[in-house]
Unconditional design. Sequence first.
Length: 271
Amino acid sequence: MLNYSFMQNAIFVSLFISILCPCIGIFLVLRRSSMIGDTLSHASLAGIAMGLLANINPILGAFIFTSICGALIEFLRTYFKKYTDLILTIVLSLCVGTAITIISSGKLRANADSFMFGSILTVTRFDMLLVLFLSAVSVLTLILLYHQLIYISYDEDAARLAGVRVKLINYAFSILVASAISASIRIVGVLVLSSMIALPVATALQLGKGFRTTMIFSIVFSVTDIMLGLFISYYINVAPGGFTALIAVAVLVLVLIAKKAKSSFSVKTLS
């Protein structure tokens, strides 16, 4: 299996996205904005369709359009401060409408289905370089903005009073989310992409550790989910995206069961 170049490419990309997605996802979860990932994953489908229509790399098209939609969400927060779900509905409608219109027009020279479900066969060398670049820039930006992002995630108003440039950092973070989503499309697919951003973080949160430890465990769970999903899906001949999502849910359930069992055992020991 590892002798095939397409599998080597897929493993390379999977390793990077399994690190990048939870690093972005933990801040989204702390902000209670995990559904933004779902909205922007649908935005990426419209970006893919535009990229295919314009005959440019679809991942690049997804990154550009998703970045614009991320900035649009942040812009609309000025007008709908108390209605985040309404903002997401507006942007989601724009993205899905755009994607369906372009795909159904019959003008695309390539099939967009592989981007919806994920496919290890479609990962090219250029995709690898693009994912490497997007991941490197994103991780570097996260390191530089680490403390400000934590501050904003826990209390945005307090961060603003403390002099943190909240609006600018929020726009930058929107582009980081777009970067993570664009990098993950080839392997995971649009339909289940948001699960790779949120589920490893949700699993790590059950351990009840501090922020940094939770982030580390989020990456561990993410690598486990994506690698298991990639290898097993290859052997049973199914789309890696959907099966990876099932693995992620299964790991979450196992951690919840283990946590419950440990709690019950502690109670019995004390009694």
